[in-house]
Design a protein around this ligand. Structure first.
Ligand code: SF4
Length: 347
């Protein structure tokens, strides 16, 4: 599939995903490790496999993870530098103009607050400090604030900076690169076909274009999605295939937290096994890139959270933008119990 910037894509029938024999997952992992990408049909078969296949899928996925990342886990620290007040209508988001969820509303934080959070990120063993603002795209004032703070953080702490500022034009992407931003997060969120069910104020093509500006500027692209938004398996696979084609470096996979007051309040059809199959499918499709278990892991993976790390190699430490995460000590314990280790080295 090619990345289209034409938002008038037609609806397609979901493809059938015939069940694979249990022994096939291991062969698929070997095929991936030999450099042969999994096909769309194979990805669908992983995602739609019976729950009884999950142990075999995770064991095969772990072979791939182990090749590229060993037993390391990267930690990312999220900083909500500007909260609420967003003019967009993303239905999952508590900060959108259509959300009635009670979230903090503030303009971009002052230098001291951003530096304090950088110190916290460093203390908690994070490799990457993710600076996030709620916005369609950054204002000039927000761009200047980022340009001032990024060199100061990088001078004082051994942290990579990921900026999540919304849609960017070419000039803004170039300026972010210039001030020292390492990567930009801009999620595709779902498939092109499903996008209008999630957001109407901007398009999938707008998001793809921003990622292309980020790539052209020479920064890493961090882009993933949210599952559990009434999409079909076909949509999740389409998103994975598009992310592979774009060449993203880092993939955050979120599981919808249906926040009260948002249009997606009460929407959720995820099970822990479904989340594990989705994580594994991304590992098979994009074998050598950072795969991050992101928002919603505590709610949807529940007691199976540690199993996610057999295929994913990255997590957020601490809280999410407007929801609470597991305590950092519990995450550290989980990683230690698995026999894995936190790395501050860029993979
Ligand atoms: S653009 Fe970002 S902050 Fe704004 S509504 Fe969408 S997800 Fe939320």
């Amino acid at each position: 599939m090619s990345i289209s910037t034409d938002s008038s894509a037609t609806l397609t029938e979901p493809e059938l995903s015939p069940e694979l024999p249990m022994s096939r997952y291991d062969q698929l992992a070997d095929q991936v490790l030999d450099g042969q990408p999994v096909s769309r049909e194979e990805a669908l078969a992983i995602l739609d496999a019976p729950d009884t296949h999950v142990p075999a899928i995770l064991a095969a996925g772990f072979k791939i993870r182990n090749r590229y990342f060993g037993r390391t886990v990267q930690m990312n620290f999220l900083m909500s530098a500007k909260s609420g007040l967003c003019p967009e209508d993303c239905s999952y988001c508590s900060q959108s103009k259509v959300s009635e969820a009670p979230v903090p509303k503030h303009n971009i934080l002052k230098r001291d607050d951003l530096m304090k959070a950088a110190a916290q990120a460093s203390e908690q063993g994070a490799k990457t400090y993710c600076l996030v603002i709620s916005a369609r795209g950054p204002s000039e004032r927000e761009m200047k604030a980022v340009e001032e703070i990024v060199p100061e953080i990088k001078q004082k702490y051994d942290l990579d900076i990921c900026a999540c500022l919304g849609l960017l034009n070419k000039e803004q992407a170039d300026r972010l690169k210039e001030c020292g931003v390492n990567r930009v997060n801009h999620n595709l969120n779902t498939s092109e076909t499903h996008y209008a069910e999630v957001c109407t104020t901007h398009t999938y093509a707008d998001r793809v274009q921003t990622l292309k500006h980020v790539k052209a500027a020479g920064m890493e692209m961090c882009s993933g999605g949210i599952i559990g938004m009434d999409e079909k398996s076909d949509d999740i696979v389409s998103m994975a295939m598009d992310l592979r084609e774009l060449g993203v470096h880092s993939i955050p996979l979120n599981f919808l937290e249906s926040i009260d007051g948002t249009p997606f309040q009460g929407k959720s059809n995820l099970t822990p096994n479904k989340c594990l199959k989705a994580l594994a499918m991304f590992r098979f499709v994009i074998p050598d890139k950072e795969l991050r278990i992101s928002g919603g892991r505590e709610i949807h993976l529940r007691s199976l959270q540690p199993l996610g790390l057999y295929v994913a190699n990255s997590m957020f430490v601490g809280d999410y933008l407007t929801t609470k995460g597991q305590a950092p000590d519990a995450d550290r314990q989980m990683i230690e119990d698995l026999g894995f280790e936190i790395t501050t080295k860029v993979e």
